[in-house]
Write a protein that binds this ligand. Sequence first.
Ligand SMILES: Nc1ncnc2c1ncn2[C@@H]1O[C@H](COP(=O)(O)OP(=O)(O)O)[C@@H](O)[C@H]1O
Ligand SMILES: CC(=O)N[C@@H](CCC(=O)OP(=O)(O)O)C(=O)O
Length: 267
Amino acid sequence: MNYLVIKCGGSIFEQLSPSFFEELVQIQKEKEFVPIIVHGGGPSITKTLSSLEIETKFVNGLRQTTPEVLDVVEMILSGSLNKQIVRNIIKAGGKAIGISGVDGMFLEAKPVQNADEIGLVGEITNVRTEIVKMITDMDGIPVISPIAVDLFGQHYNINADLAAAAIAKSLEGTICLVTNVAGVLVDGEVQSSLSNKQVEQLIESQQITGGMIPKVHSAIDCLENGVSNVVIIDGTTKQSLTRFTKGEHSGTFFYLEEEMIYSGHNS
Ligand SMILES: Nc1ncnc2c1ncn2[C@@H]1O[C@H](COP(=O)(O)OP(=O)(O)O)[C@@H](O)[C@H]1O
Ligand SMILES: CC(=O)N[C@@H](CCC(=O)OP(=O)(O)O)C(=O)O
């Protein structure tokens, strides 16, 4: 099976047109790829937190998550946004089944290393792929919200790019990170491809910041762990998904740059 993990960022929810979901349903019908949606929802979470007068802070693109914040994150991601996407797929003629990483312990996690600083943010330790396979075997499109759980029933907030990467790695699929920019920009120019080394340099020089950091880290992590095709594309451009599945180049592709091995010889 050629699983295609499509991560939809919260940054584009408002701008995703019905044609995006029609393309998705068409891709599923053509059967070359088995699509799986993983979604974020950062801006909606921030808006709701602000209406509740709860402060928002991000550390390297990850939300500082107190128990109070986590309740809001789960309500927005696994509640309204997940079901909004399910309904949009139904409107486009598809069958979608929405779950969060908590359901069936689909995404198992442990606290991140810097939990002292960022709270209830998790690192995924196990993906129960049989759960999405059950849905895709029924011709459903899984729609996954990135909340994870541990064996004690504690839940965790997971950045959606990192959740999508964990799922793509476990399924040895392809991953397409759909966002609100045309790709990774450097001095205003879209980079058509970037290597792991260039990514680190661009983070270091602060050309890549905020929400783009977990995205590029996920991209490289995927490549290093068996995912062959990783791209960031613009969800606001028509046909962006279809073009990707047809092998047309848009957005930013990623590749691994091997260490240069000195092959000189002494004479
Ligand atoms: N070098 C960069 N190129 C493009 N976008 C960048 C870059 N550095 C930071 N960003 C920011 O990252 C944002 C995308 O991340 P994010 O807002 O988390 O999106 P999503 O909700 O789709 O995950 C862009 O809208 C832009 O503001
Ligand atoms: C730990 C962490 O940062 N979780 C994210 C989950 C949502 C997300 O990733 O949404 P986007 O894809 O729109 O950025 C958050 O709380 O915002």
